[in-house]
Design a protein around this ligand. Structure first.
Ligand code: FES
Length: 180
């Protein structure tokens, strides 16, 4: 019969062997693990994600306080390819009499048609199902198919350019929920 003391070095050797094996496995995975984020980066990077977009020179905005519609032009990107500049949406931008810059998404929150601004009524109107909005984007009229006001966007002026934090929102919902 083997004594307990005789078994101990063998048990220790087994334990050390397991630890060493585990370390070798971890080290063998390291090059993969360290390269994985870079490999997955294009997949995680969403095309059309919310971002600051240069819209127009500040000087080009009319002084009457009324909004003008501008295209949003960006490099379009899928998982691995960047495509040259393309229109990804429209925004309305207004320089208010106070000098403050206001911007709204030009997509109607109902089902996404492009809204127009009517200078004669100083209000927005959607040609698809007649949703209407005041100059400040608030819904007007008793039977408005839009479930919410126009979606406001953050703005800033930098180096003489007006920038808008462009993002898209879920359509047809009362709550404003950013989807990009
Ligand atoms: S999409 Fe604008 S009212 Fe329906």
């Amino acid at each position: 019969m083997k004594s307990k003391q005789a078994d101990e070095p063998q048990e220790r050797r087994g334990f050390i062997g397991k630890i060493t094996g585990g370390l070798v496995a971890i080290l063998a995975l390291f090059p993969f693990a360290s390269g994985l984020p870079a490999l997955l980066d294009p997949i995680r990077r969403k095309s059309g994600s919310a971002k600051w977009m240069s819209i127009a020179p500040f000087k080009s905005l009319p002084d009457d306080g009324l909004p003008s519609r501008f295209p949003v032009i960006a490099n379009r990107q899928d998982a691995w390819t960047t495509y040259p500049k393309k229109k990804i949406g429209y925004v309305f931008v207004a320089k208010e009499i106070s000098g403050e810059i206001k911007a709204y998404s030009a997509s109607c929150p109902h089902v996404g048609c492009l809204v127009d601004f009517d200078k004669s009524t100083e209000g927005f109107r959607c040609p698809c199902h007649n949703a209407s909005f005041a100059k400040n984007g608030v819904r007007t009229g008793p039977e408005n198919p839009s479930p919410r006001d126009l979606d406001p966007l953050e703005t800033k002026v930098e180096k003489g350019e007006v920038w808008v934090h462009f993002r898209k929102y879920r359509l047809g919902t009362k709550e404003r929920e950013g989807i990009s």
